[in-house]
Design a protein. Structure first.
Length: 305
């Protein structure tokens, strides 16, 4: 068992445990029959995260980390189509395409879950809700753009696993600059916009400064996801020979960070309440709240985290 296999499935176990804890915390507060859309998004995310980890494992365990990249022209010309290596590279490239689709869909599902969380957070605050509606549109359109760039960036489609002649970087899914740059840029833009929602809400709230900073930090996990995505991009581009393996490794790590940070606003208040010995879990900012009759801004009585 390789070091990556141990790491990947350990992260998967931790990630699924965090999602399970979130669902348990929400069901304790509201019962299973009253779970919200963001909770169901996390159930879908659990399935996608498991699939992504399995695909990343397959790249290394079954295809030896090979794809149609990292080959010289001579190597391409002399590689026998009946050889084991040829088969490994073709199957590895196909797995990379599947991995990209699952990876992107998982990240955007997590964004949608956080967006719906903000929808509940801003109930009764129409000024802030408009920003959430814009976020929905931004998330939907950017997901379509990224998926289309992955599926249509190389035409005809079968060139994504072509060995000879060299199909070009845009048809090498493990290290495709189109896939990398489109995903990193749109992932970063959507995360920055989502980050702006809690920053605006709590920067104007009537709360102690330390509590403001704590709430903003709790809801700003997208910063770490952006950093992980940029690091993944740099590492793949700097080492194209190992790009197939690096893509799988860092996709799993990045999505683990995304899973943790997306669930943290729900899980943290739950754990804190249990450590304090509170018998009833208060959902904190995920709990729908009435509008303040004196101000459109949240006050300290409405935010419990």
């Amino acid at each position: 068992m390789t070091r990556f296999t141990i790491e990947a499935f350990t992260l998967l176990g931790l990630g699924l445990s965090i999602i399970g804890l979130r669902i348990y915390a929400r069901s304790e507060a509201r019962t299973f029959r009253h779970l919200e859309l963001d909770d169901y998004f996390m159930v879908v995310a659990a399935f996608l995260y498991s699939t992504e980890t399995a695909l990343a494992y397959t790249v290394g365990a079954y295809w030896n980390g090979l794809a149609n990249n990292g080959m010289s022209s001579h190597e391409r010309e002399t590689l026998d189509q009946e050889s084991l290596e040829y088969s490994l590279r073709v199957n590895g490239s196909k797995t990379q395409i599947a991995g990209w689709v699952v990876y992107v869909t998982l990240l955007w599902i997590l964004k949608a879950s956080m967006c719906y969380f903000f929808m509940r957070l801003t109930e009764g605050l129409p000024v802030y809700r408009l920003r959430v509606y814009i976020a929905y549109i931004l998330i939907s359109t950017t997901w379509v753009v990224v998926i289309l760039s992955i599926l249509l960036g190389c035409q005809p489609f079968h060139k994504n696993w072509q060995i000879n002649p060299d199909p070009g970087n845009h048809c090498q899914p493990a290290v495709s600059k189109i896939n990398l740059f489109v995903t990193v840029i749109l992932n970063g833009l959507t995360d920055i916009y989502l980050l702006s929602i809690p920053v605006l809400i709590f920067s104007l709230a009537r709360l102690p400064i330390l509590k403001k900073l704590g709430l903003i930090a709790l809801l700003s996990g997208g910063v770490f996801v952006m950093a992980a995505g940029i690091l993944r991009c740099v590492l793949i581009l700097s080492n194209p020979l190992k790009g197939a393996e690096q893509a799988g490794y860092w996709a799993v790590r990045e999505t683990f960070v995304a899973v943790v940070t997306t669930n943290l606003p729900i899980v943290f208040p739950f754990i804190r309440s249990k450590l304090k010995g509170d018998s009833n879990y208060n959902e904190g900012p995920s709990k729908p709240c009435k509008p303040n009759t004196n101000s459109p801004l949240p006050n300290s009585s409405r935010w419990q985290v």
